[in-house]
Design a protein around this ligand. Structure first.
Ligand SMILES: C[S@@+](CC[C@H](N)C(=O)[O-])C[C@H]1O[C@@H](n2cnc3c(N)ncnc32)[C@H](O)[C@@H]1O
Length: 264
């Protein structure tokens, strides 16, 4: 259950080996307003209470929030996010930077993961952008807000499919992409697609890989994102193709595989 939007901002310190994984989980299951990750701990700003974490061995400490003091959440300023020199993400209420002529994705900040700030989203977008080969159909596994499918739509792909196991994400993606086929569930709920992207944790990618590979028709590019450095090789070993492009943004890496170029 997501916290209500007008609940107060609270800040928590998470310590322990699984703190970074817990932050990934919170991005999906809570209203994360900002986070600072360092070697020893994660500090996270949430709207409302910290949900019960499924990870073990995490020490949680709530920090006081001074409502009168400016809070540096890192994400609270709605500004255009320049993902590449010619690729921009912004909420609709933020103006386009003067002179910008590239690809623009208008994504409102909402309850679903994927408004452009997260390194895994940016790594996925950078890889898609670098490898874009105009697939006739495009699938987005773990769509969140729908931002990656939106990229394909903006680049002209007509047939869009997306899925997410989180109902709030499915609702958000349907709102952003009214013509897309958005299903509640994993890659096994999607039709076969010429090009495909999946931005999920390494563990989620590993578990979903058989369904992801069944869904990908292999005519156009496949992009996998959301992996931390130590997960890249293990996930890559599940894909029987050569990586042709790789991007790393912050702690997250994406890899891209070329299709045959022959649409089915
Ligand atoms: C890191 S977010 C990515 C959101 C968005 N695609 C982006 O790039 O910003 C991962 C999303 O995958 C969803 N997810 C996790 N496991 C999944 C699975 N097995 N099948 C489909 N969606 C999944 C989560 O609910 C979450 O919305």
């Amino acid at each position: 259950m997501r916290p209500v939007a007008d609940a107060p901002l609270r800040v928590f310190e998470l310590r322990g080996a699984a703190a970074a994984e817990a932050l990934d989980w919170l991005h999906v299951h809570a209203e994360v307003q900002g986070a600072i990750e360092d070697e020893a701990m994660v500090t996270v700003w949430l709207v409302g209470a910290l949900p019960v974490l499924p990870h073990t061995g995490i020490e949680v400490r709530e920090l006081p929030v001074d409502p009168d003091a400016p809070v540096a959440t890192g994400l609270e300023h709605d500004v255009p996010i320049l993902v590449a020199s010619d690729l921009l993400v912004r909420p609709p209420w933020v103006a386009r930077p003067e002179g910008f002529r590239g690809v623009e994705l208008l994504v409102p900040r909402g309850g679903a993961f994927g408004s452009g700030e997260h390194g895994s989203t940016q790594a996925a977008l950078r890889c898609l952008h670098a490898m874009w080969d105009a697939p006739p159909s495009f699938g987005d596994v773990g769509t969140g807000s729908g931002i990656l499918a939106l990229y394909a739509q903006v680049r002209g792909t007509q047939r869009l499919a997306a899925c997410d196991i989180d109902a709030a994400s499915v609702a958000a993606a349907r709102e952003l992409l009214p013509t897309a086929q958005v299903t509640l569930g994993g890659a096994e709920t999607m039709p076969a697609c010429a090009g495909l992207v999946a931005n999920m944790t390494g563990t989620e990618l590993t578990a979903s890989m058989p369904a992801i590979l069944r869904c990908w028709q292999r005519s156009h590019a496949l992009v996998l994102s959301g992996m931390r450095e130590h997960e890249v090789d293990a996930v890559g070993a599940l894909v029987p193709h050569a990586v042709v492009h790789r991007e790393t943004v912050g702690a997250f890496t994406s890899v891209g595989y070329r299709g045959t170029g022959v649409a089915r």
